[in-house]
Design a protein around this ligand. Structure first.
Ligand code: PSU
Ligand code: MN
Length: 306
């Protein structure tokens, strides 16, 4: 049995060396409400295609790990209730039991590596949560970045996370954190933060070369590209700070823990911003998909030359 089943579009792209961009599915099942989640999933796939690459949305459906979903599968996933949220710990168990689950950043990286895909676009990664010194809540995404060779394009760390602590863990784990086109870390819904990014690059070609070099040098793990949200879509940090604090207090009051924390906070912030957080989230994911497609294309030319 193959470990991962590519869609026919992804299989053809793999054969022809067409650039491919991996996409996660937890953002569909746990990150956004229906029906916007379905619209966004389709829109991001079409953004990837318009940028000259092929999208590969990852998910486990009835015990099969897919790289690339057809529209019926996207619809089923977007509407399904109680879909598992799969990280490194759960993916094999979900396949073994014939289950259906959406892939987080960590699980999507594993799937991409299995399929032979090097670049992945998402909204935000998981990180070190505020209060982690008590809760120990540190996303498995960070450890995956340390060991799986996929370049992940995200919009920086969300303010629901502790950004300095997240950067400390990534530094310890040897993960390059590269701000795209600016010196400071973008902060997901806002373009800027007051925290300097460890690294900066200004072109997709540089990012591709660095990815390629790490592989050649035998350095395990991926790269995190922090791509600022487009200016016209950002929400200022001042507006968001009290909303995030409120969402966090509510999460504690409801004893939300483990896998439930990130989806709860995203949903609560959506409610408290009357949907504005979702509009920003959509704009930044689309922006990340376009950059990821450029990086995948640059990597394609490097591979063709090698
Ligand atoms: N950030 C978002 N939207 C999301 C997620 C993060 O803006 O949907 C999802 C991603 O799938 C990420 C996961 O990998 O949440 C992290 O969950 P946790 O913090 O439980 O590791
Ligand atoms: Mn967590």
């Amino acid at each position: 049995m193959p470990l991962i089943t590519p869609s026919s579009e992804v299989a053809t792209a793999l054969k022809n060396g067409t650039p491919i961009v991996a996409l996660e599915s937890t953002i569909i099942t746990h990150g956004m409400p229906y029906p916007q989640n379905l619209e966004v999933a389709r829109q991001v796939e079409s953004d990837v295609r318009a940028s000259g690459a092929v999208p590969a949305t990852m998910a486990v459906m009835n015990g099969t790990l897919h790289a690339g979903l057809d529209d019926d599968q996207l619809v089923a996933l977007a509407q399904a209730k109680g879909v598992a949220k799969l990280s490194r710990a759960d993916m094999a168990a979900c396949i073994a039991t014939g289950g259906t689950g959406a892939t987080t950043v960590a699980a999507t990286m594993i799937a991409a590596r299995l399929a032979g895909i090097h670049v992945f676009a998402t909204g935000g990664i998981g990180g070190v949560h505020k209060g982690a010194e008590l809760s120990f809540d540190i996303s498995a995404d960070l450890l995956e970045l340390a060991q799986t060779p996929v370049t992940v394009v995200a919009a920086g760390a969300k303010a629901i996370l502790d950004i300095p602590k997240t950067l400390e863990v990534l530094e310890t784990q040897g993960v390059p954190v590269i701000a795209y086109g600016q010196n400071d870390m973008p902060a997901f819904w806002s373009r800027h933060s007051d925290i300097n990014a460890p690294l900066r690059m200004d072109t997709a070609a540089q990012i591709a070369v660095a990815h390629h070099l790490r592989g050649q040098m035998g350095i395990p793990g991926g790269q995190l590209i922090a791509n600022p949200i487009p200016q016209d879509a950002e929400i200022s940090a001042d507006i968001l700070a009290p909303i995030i604090a409120r969402a966090q207090t509510d999460a504690e009051a409801h004893n939300i823990t483990g896998k439930g924390v990130t989806p709860y906070l995203l949903q609560r912030i959506f409610e408290l911003t009357k949907g504005k957080s979702l509009d920003a989230n959509i704009a930044l994911v689309r922006n990340n998909a376009r950059l990821a497609a450029q990086i995948a294309a640059e990597l394609g030319t490097l591979h063709a030359r090698a």
